[in-house]
Design a protein around this ligand. Sequence first.
Ligand code: AMP
Ligand code: MN
Ligand code: MN
Ligand code: MN
Length: 317
Amino acid sequence: MERAGKLLNGTTVLHVNLGKARLYKNGYSRRMAEARVYDLHAHTLYSDGALAPAELVARAAANGVQVLALTDHDVTDGVPEAQVAAQQAGITLVPGVEISVTWGAQTVHVVGLQIDITHAGLQAGLARLREFREWRADEIGRRLAKAGIPGATEGARQRAQKGLVSRTHFAQFLVAGGHAADVRSVFKKFLVQGKPGYVPGQWATLDEAIGWIVAAGGQAVLAHPARYKITATRLKKLLGEFRAAGGVAIEVVSGSHSRDDMFRFAQLARVYDLLASSGSDFHSPQNYHMDLGPMPPLPDGCTPIWQTWPEREAVSE
Ligand code: AMP
Ligand code: MN
Ligand code: MN
Ligand code: MN
């Protein structure tokens, strides 16, 4: 399936046989396709990001992104606006979502890329998760009130504006009220397991989330795998179950990964025969690990998920 080849500049590359993805239009070399700048994980104010879809697309384009995936938590409402903005900016918008999943006692995130956002089954699933979010928001508020902090649910909902309500909005409310110095420390103090405002997730199962994505014609990608606080054994179990359920890729390059994480997950992607994805997980200009824009290249030996995409995604300008 693989053979080594030389590019025009003499660099040796691996050609992985992925069918359609290898057929490039006349005049386009593989090298040009690979030089494109991808950012396949980003948020808007429809979930817990700070920017409107058009603002996100403008920032991505200004920073040199050529293919941007919008992946809001449990909602796709920003995709149509982002599509219009991307067309105007001359970049490609990949319709996506980041689905909250409960796996054992753990919350994990599964990104869906190239989804049909009109798919009824996907939308019914996401609607159920948003219902849980609404209940959870009230429950977080009740728990924080007991801990002496009233008004949190209203404060968080106000900050969520037209988007869904997330712990990020509770964190913003708590910081504004002087309960912690910044969003990061507020999570540690109030919003994680064992703390007053923590409510266990009742999100989708791994099978459900991947099933919805696949039914909607998309590809399921395990988001920022280094972020889950699990043992190496559990991580292997997660990767195995993820793949068995139909997952096809993991994020290797991510705003929440260190350099070491990147190489570690590049290796795991190979071992588990998973494609590699790359995304900043950008939320806001005030607060980000990695800005929208060029990221470190995927390590050698990874097969980028975009190599499986149709020609027009790989090379259109
Ligand atoms: P939710 O899906 O409502 O439970 O919120 C999860 C979101 O909170 C994540 O997508 C992150 O954007 C944010 N988040 C989670 N943990 C932290 C943390 N320790 N520091 C800052 N933001 C966090
Ligand atoms: Mn988030
Ligand atoms: Mn996430
Ligand atoms: Mn994210």
